[in-house]
Design a protein around this ligand. Structure first.
Ligand code: SAH
Length: 217
């Protein structure tokens, strides 16, 4: 993205707020600066797009709070050659941020409406390394292969074993874990030769991960 003239004040505040809250990875800050969040929300919420809050999107879901997007992206410690799986495409915003920092993103969404809308936005932004698929994060096909990083953006009561199995050696999986209407923690799993390491990071609040493809659109 290039600006004509100085960036609007709300965009400057957006960046300042991320730094103030502790995001220090320059590549992550640049990616957050690069992706126009206002394109990922519907017109009634466009004016609020640069505020550090989650906002409603179609199908009763939410686009995550920018700080949380930046924090999770930083915690993934992405490298250019990484292949990343996201569970919960939602608006497509997080996928767009990821796409700036790795080789390939596969993102799964259980609502067809959300998947279609996100795909159109990502095409418009020329995020050619993102594939949006209608799919269920509780049932990722083995044929999808292994991933260097997996990011779950909907709360799971437990991370299912088959999803952890999609993680390559030295891989990191991040997921909000906890009950649908209660305290959730962002949990970081790291797979090594010695086994799986599990670390709780911070308290978070996400919409629940639900099994299966949504029957409504
Ligand atoms: N990452 C999104 C925000 C995610 S909101 C963004 O940047 O906008 C969580 C999303 O996860 C919702 O869209 C919800 O429909 C989806 N979801 C919930 N359970 C799922 C599942 N089992 N498989 C795939 N997507 C799921």
């Amino acid at each position: 993205m290039s600006f004509v003239g100085p960036p609007p004040p709300e965009k400057m505040m957006f960046q300042l707020n991320l730094r103030r809250r502790g995001i220090s990875d320059q590549a992550v800050l640049r990616a957050m600066d690069d992706v126009p969040r206002d394109l990922f929300v519907a017109p009634p919420h466009r004016d609020e797009a640069w505020r550090d809050t989650a906002l409603p999107i179609e199908c009763g879901q939410t686009i995550s709070q920018p700080f949380v997007v930046a924090y999770m992206t930083e915690q993934l410690q992405l490298q250019r050659d990484h292949r990343v799986l996201e569970i919960g495409t939602g608006s497509g915003y997080q996928a767009a941020v990821l796409s700036r920092l790795c080789r390939q993103v596969l993102t799964l969404e259980r609502f067809k409406t959300l998947a279609d809308t996100a795909r159109a936005r990502l095409e418009r932004l020329e995020c050619h390394n993102v594939e949006v698929r209608v799919g269920d994060g509780f049932d990722v096909p083995k044929e999808a292969g292994l991933f260097d990083r997996i990011l779950v953006t909907a709360a799971m009561e437990q991370v299912p074993e088959p999803l952890l199995a999609r993680l390559d050696l030295d891989g990191i999986l991040l997921a909000p874990v906890g009950p649908q209407s209660g305290a959730q923690n962002l949990v970081k799993f790291r797979k090594s030769k010695g086994g799986m390491e599990r670390k709780e990071l911070v308290a978070v609040r996400f919409v629940p991960a639900l099994p299966g493809i949504a029957r409504e659109l």
